[in-house]
Design a protein around this ligand. Sequence first.
Ligand SMILES: Nc1nc2c(c(=O)[nH]1)N[C@H]1C(S)=C(S)[C@@H](COP(=O)(O)OP(=O)(O)OC[C@H]3O[C@@H](n4cnc5c(N)ncnc54)[C@H](O)[C@@H]3O)O[C@H]1N2
Ligand code: MOO
Length: 394
Amino acid sequence: MIPVEHALHIIDGTVVAEHIKKVKIAKSLGYILAEDISAPINMPSFRQSAMDGYAIIWSDSTHYTVTEEAQAGDAKHIPLQAFEAVRIFTGAKVPDDADTVVMQEHVTKQDNSITITKMPNKGSNVRPVGEQVSTGDLVLKKGLKLNEAAIGFLAGLGIKTVAVFKTPKVSILVTGNELQKQGKPLKEGAIYESNSVMLKMALHRFGIKHVKVFHTKDTLKATKKSIKNALAYSDVLLISGGISVGDYDFVKEALGKNDVDELFYKINQKPGKPLWFGKKDQQFVFALPGNPASALSCFYVYVLPLLKKCSGYSDYHLPRIQAKSDTEFKNTSGKTLFLKACLKDGTVSILPSQQSSMLNTFATSNVLLMVPEDVEIIKKQDIVTCINLESYGN
Ligand SMILES: Nc1nc2c(c(=O)[nH]1)N[C@H]1C(S)=C(S)[C@@H](COP(=O)(O)OP(=O)(O)OC[C@H]3O[C@@H](n4cnc5c(N)ncnc54)[C@H](O)[C@@H]3O)O[C@H]1N2
Ligand code: MOO
């Protein structure tokens, strides 16, 4: 059995290959940029008016004659002399000879002449060429998570496609003869299968929408075959159940028979002690304990970071935050605990139903309170470390 920090260190040390694809920018939301982006054009690419008003050659005079009009989109060259003004609109090309735009609110107009009531500084309201970025500037760096602002910026630069990190293909393999689908009354000795739905939702929340689910009966032969089938489909395989020490827990042996190399098995933690992690070439396998709260807790602490790493994130662990506990809790297990808890206004409450079979209070948890293996008691007012379950894909 290895300590939690050791298992996390193994996840951190796992080298993942860069899988990259080109996508249209409108399909790139939420992906991590896999290339540096240099500006292909100046932005703006011409001197732009920042206001609706009048373009002039700045002088001490407040009187100007309006000679022409420049609309947004106009490309024509408009010559301008001293004491002349060009009626201009926001976004329009400022005549080459003009150096200043006066807002129309600071002007009174009589026929074709204007009087400036509030003279701006020379150069006002003219956006210079390349004010935002210049051609060739490194404007977005590889590793950035693409949000709507970044995509809007790319669109403004005229860029149509970008290279992003692919999200891994994930499949789930569910083990357990006792499992029954929803829709019919429970048979004696059976339970409704919930882990595949839960894990699928956790993957959906991260942005992995297409998840293939496999099922196997609890025999070595069937488990071995199902793992083979699931591996044929996936970059990352999540197995639920069958990883403990019972006579019908065949997952570990079946993984060995499929040449998946073990990277760790059994962590000194609760829940999730029998978590197994391994690798076959560039494919990764997590065998998650079947108890629902164990499976979900392991997903947050170990699986999600690996998925984020494969997807190009450099900061891939869920953030840890410090909070004040309002609950006393004894840790007599000598294990690191991940407790279902609710954080509000800097104070964290440990919830009831901590057993690994129970999801009822996980449903209202927004953090996992982490109790290190050597801490025997958490007292009220103690500052504790919490894993934030809400800032998921940042
Ligand atoms: N003698 C020992 N027994 C157990 C140990 C141990 O160290 N020695 N470890 C316990 C711990 S801790 C855990 S966690 C579980 C993990 O067992 P498995 O990963 O082999 O999981 P299963 O036995 O298949 O299932 C455990 C539990 O979860 C329910 N389950 C399973 N799959 C699903 C599903 N898809 N949806 C909902 N619920 C599921 C299953 O019915 C069991 O109740 O082992 C302990 N035993
Ligand atoms: O590790 Mo198990 O998840 O404690 O029940």
